[in-house]
Ligand binder design. Structure first.
Ligand code: SAM
Length: 329
């Protein structure tokens, strides 16, 4: 099976394997291979390994003998995600969910808890309900691109599927920048941006998200560059008018309601990352018009420099991101 593998000299094999394991990148279900003095270590996320500085190639990697996968036990390949040691299912049929959960527990997939999605993301805090099918602890520590995030999936929003998109945005940050993350959650934008040398003001209305955000800033050694503000971002950021070089707006269903605040926070030359939901027939038009309507009357020129379809959200509906530079005319 084609799998992303880190390539390294065989003399660095064990050190590479250990370093990848510490970052939770090692794909324990596939065999490591050695060819002509080089070692090939299968990884679960090729982009993350590349971002961590490894050379990544895609090649066939045999399944490890002796490891039991859920599909071998079930006779079909279930789809599941992993967040730290929590395995997440998305099954509509409770019986099938039970069978998959039992197979995951019996298999060699490392996990403490198995949950099934019991509702859509909802409410002001954008939190889901879960059916807990195995274990009882919904708090975990997830690793993403070399950073650790403690979180409780029953209390805060977090989507591991957006890791690559977050990384794309984080990589644009320069040392010394002023960033406002308007809807920061537990810090998956704020923490790595601070690690790149930015001063980050990170806001969230959910007190549990702010508690984890503070913990995660400390865990990752960037507490001195992250200011966490609890409450509605429209009210908590009054001291930061005109301060931001970059504003992250990751509240896709309601982003428009907060564009005036983003413009108020922006300095003379500022980048906005605006996440939105859009119909596939015109994925970027409504967001672009909304930014122009907020920024141009305030004296800014607007330049959209990236348009991204992040993922499909529902039939004909896309989660999109616009990267926009606004400059005082
Ligand atoms: C979609 S989540 C994104 C979290 C984070 N950026 C991430 O990628 O995991 C949106 C977050 O915005 C927060 N939120 C909703 N309304 C808010 C408001 N008026 N002011 C500040 N935060 C708000 C929610 O509590 C939630 O944590």
């Amino acid at each position: 099976m084609s799998t992303p593998c880190v390539r390294a000299p065989v003399t660095e094999g064990e050190a590479t394997r250990q370093a990848l394991a510490e970052r939770d990148l090692l794909d324990g279900d596939r065999e490591i291979d050695v060819v002509d003095g080089e070692i090939f270590v299968p990884v679960v996320d090729g982009d993350a390994a590349r971002a961590a500085g490894y050379e990544v190639v895609v090649r066939d990697a045999a399944e490890r003998e002796g490891t039991v996968s859920p599909d071998e036990l079930l006779g079909f390949e279930p789809s599941y995600g992993r967040l730290g040691d929590v395995v997440i299912l998305d099954e509509d049929d409770p019986e099938r969910a039970r069978a998959v959960a039992d197979a995951v527990v019996e298999s060699d997939v490392p996990c403490e808890t198995v949950v099934n999605r019991a509702s859509k993301v909802a409410g002001e805090y954008r939190v889901r309900e879960w059916d807990v099918l195995h274990g009882d602890d919904t708090e975990t520590v997830h690793r993403e691109y070399g950073h650790e995030f403690a979180l409780d999936i029953a209390e805060v929003y977090f989507s591991p599927r957006l890791a690559t998109e977050r990384h794309r945005v984080v990589e644009q940050v320069q040392e010394g920048e002023h960033v406002v993350d308007m809807f920061a959650g537990v810090g998956p934008f704020a923490v790595p941006m601070a690690a790149r040398g930015a001063d980050v003001v990170a806001c969230d209305v959910n007190p549990r998200a702010i508690a984890y955000l503070r913990e995660n800033a400390a865990r990752n050694g960037v507490a001195d560059r992250v200011t966490a503000l609890e409450g509605d971002v429209r009210e908590t950021t009054a001291d930061y008018d005109g301060w931001a070089d970059r504003v992250v707006m990751n509240l896709p269903h309601s982003a428009d309601e907060f564009l005036d605040t983003a413009v108020r926070l922006a300095g003379d030359d500022c980048v906005l990352h605006l996440y939105d939901m859009a119909h596939e027939d015109d994925p970027f038009g409504p967001s672009e018009r909304a930014v122009r309507a907020a920024a141009e009357p305030a004296g800014y020129e607007v330049e959209v420099f990236a348009r991204r379809e992040v993922r499909s959200y529902a039939p004909h509906e896309l989660n999109v991101c616009l990267d926009v530079r606004i400059r005082r005319a």
